[in-house]
Write a protein of this length. Structure first.
Lengths: 309, 295
């Protein structure tokens, strides 16, 4: 168990190291990263000064080592535009995005799993024929369109919910629903596949033969065995929701990290953009790790030696 | 059935292909898709007006308004431009970007996957580790930071999408190449003196193409969404070139007064992605009902 965990942790660390490297390379794709960071209309002297201050005039390998060393100490640098530590800027917006993503995850998981079970248990009935198109719709619906439609319906037409911002406790409802769409479809698909597969197994027949009703069979036995793929998806979906928040937050003027990322690009505050990409990737990598560990906790049959179970 | 066999079966026995479950939804989806392609190709002839023509008198008019003898079937935007014409031209941007970026990422990703699967050793380790890392960065964020550095625009958009979306092809091409490479006919052609380029192009590639086409179809839908999303954020196609995403970001600002601006391009986007996904899902079921390439 410990060997397995260490192995997976090493893989996660390696992935994170790779992410940092890729971000480092991307930031230098334009040739001179100083030009990304200076405000527009800066003079040549100012650019040269900033290049020297930021150390961009040193050999690339030294810069790379320095960059890794700083990130290793969790130092994200100072914003050139706002002149305060980047982590302060990000930390201020972070809770909004986490709150939005959590509500969206709850909506997506509850509805998605319910729809998945329903379409698996009542295959070939009217229920399946009505629900599957809903799933397909959720999967193909761009969040910025469903968001705008929600604003039109509940904000403009009915006037029930605020069209933007995060001032009221119920402000989160519309962005969360818009964000949840794609995840809901993923949960439904995975749950449906898993439940259908479990329902065809011998133990289900055995349990049924004992005279146990359909509801108990599904909820107590099938769902427990179908939980592995669902839990894995849940971990990955959190990361997808965080990434999807970039667009949804822009639609709803939700003051989270996604909106911050877009604003920072417009304000040429690239260290903030870099920090957000690194942070979300770190969350993504850690959740992948957690999903792998959860695998083994939920299903003790999984062999813990070697690579991915 | 092998993927190649599935293609053959599908082509030679169309009736059986149509009997597959889900096929009833695929026909209309394929028609919708074809419709969008025709609209994009014939945009100059189909668009009733010049998509860039502004008219101060015709600003923010409702769908069906007629001003000065011109009917605006889907209404006008904040500069008095005809929304229908802009949506028709927007289909061009959407499909061109998606097609070119799928071609770029598909070619690069497939090449890397085939190399990793055929040569093994360090090539395999380097490429597949890079794939793992690329997949650890949420694609939209990777695209955003790359656009932010390179600057927005048509060509950069394709470079960015090509650069961020290759790993999925690599994974599939790698797995397929691994299994094809162990087949006797590969050994036979190697023993017959064929060199790697010939083996890879003539023997490996044709045998792994089917699942890659499925990936490309599903990726195509995703690319359409990415283009629209980045343009919506102001990081994609730049004005005055019409793109569904950028029209919608204007529409977001006028959502209280002019609902049509965001609604119609969004509807087109949704229909296009839905039909691509339906076709892609169906192709996947056809080639290999048990595989789950999307996951």
């Amino acid at each position: 168990m410990i060997r397995y965990l260490l192995g997976r942790a090493a893989q996660a660390l390696f992935a994170m190291f790779g992410v940092m490297t890729i971000v480092f390379v991307i930031m230098r794709l334009s040739g001179d990263p100083t030009l990304l960071l200076v405000p527009e209309g800066a003079t040549r002297e100012q650019i040269d000064l900033l290049r020297h201050q930021l150390g961009f005039d040193r050999p690339i390998l030294v810069q790379y080592a320095d960059y890794l060393w700083a990130l290793g100490r969790l130092d994200l640098g100072d914003s050139v535009v706002q002149r305060i530590a980047v982590w302060r800027i990000v930390a201020e917006r972070n809770p909004y995005t986490l709150w939005l993503a959590s509500v969206a995850l709850a909506i997506a998981a509850v509805t998605g799993i319910a729809v998945g079970i329903a379409t698996a248990v009542w295959r070939g009935t009217l229920i399946e024929r009505t629900l599957m198109p809903v799933v397909l719709t959720g999967q193909s619906m761009p969040t910025f369109w469903s968001g705008i439609l929600l604003i039109l319906l509940f904000g403009v037409l009915l006037g029930w919910l605020p069209t933007s911002g995060a001032d009221r406790w119920f402000s989160v409802i519309m962005p969360a629903v818009a964000l949840a769409g794609v995840s809901m479809a993923t949960f439904a698909r995975i749950t449906r596949t898993a439940v259908i597969e479990e329902l065809s197994k011998d133990y289900v027949r055995a349990v049924r033969a004992k005279g146990i009703g359909q509801a108990a069979v599904v909820l107590r036995h099938v769902l427990r065995n179908a939980a592995i793929p669902i839990v894995t998806i849940a971990a990955l979906e959190v990361a997808n929701l965080l990434a999807g928040a970039v667009i949804v937050e822009t639609v709803f003027a939700w003051p989270g990290m996604g909106q911050l990322a877009v604003q920072s690009i417009q304000a040429r505050d690239f260290l903030v953009v870099q920090a957000i990409v690194l942070l979300v990737s770190a969350i993504y990598v850690s959740l992948n790790f957690v999903a792998d560990v959860l695998y083994s906790v939920i299903d003790p049959r999984i062999k813990l030696v070697g690579g991915r179970p | 059935m092998t993927p190649g066999g599935a293609i053959l079966a599908a082509v030679s026995r169309p009736r059986r292909w149509l009997a597959q479950p889900g096929a009833r939804a695929v026909l209309p989806a394929a028609l919708v898709l074809a419709g969008f392609v025709v609209v994009a190709l014939a945009a100059p002839w189909l668009a009733p007006l010049d998509p860039a023509r502004q008219s101060l008198l015709a600003r923010l008019r409702r769908p069906g308004s007629a001003i000065g003898g011109v009917t605006y079937w889907l209404g006008t935007d904040e500069l008095g431009r005809d929304l229908l014409s802009r949506i028709i031209y927007g289909a061009r941007a959407s499909l061109t970007v998606a097609l070119l970026s799928v071609a770029a990422s598909g070619t690069a990703g497939t090449a890397l996957g085939v190399l990793a699967g055929y040569f093994r050793g360090w090539t395999e380790i380097a490429i597949m580790r890079a794939v793992d890392i690329m997949l650890s960065i949420p694609a939209i964020l990777l695209a955003i930071i790359t656009v932010a550095v390179l600057g927005p625009g048509f060509l950069n958009l394709i470079i960015v999408l090509g650069f961020t979306r290759w790993p999925r092809y690599t994974r599939v091409a790698y797995a397929q190449t691994l299994s094809v490479s162990t087949q006797p006919f590969i050994t036979a052609s190697r023993l017959a003196g064929a060199r790697p380029p010939r083996i890879l192009l003539r023997h490996v590639l044709p045998n792994i193409l089917a699942p890659l086409i499925v990936v490309a179809t599903l990726e195509f839908g995703l690319m359409v969404l990415f283009e629209a999303g980045l343009s919506f954020l102001g990081l994609g196609i730049q004005p005055p070139t019409p793109s569904w995403g950028s029209i919608m970001s204007v529409g977001r600002n006028y959502v209280g007064t002019a609902w049509w601006i965001a609604t119609f391009p969004g509807l087109c986007l949704f229909l296009l992605v839905l039909s691509v996904n339906l076709v892609g899902d169906h192709l996947r079921d056809l080639f290999d009902p048990r595989s789950n390439i999307r996951a």
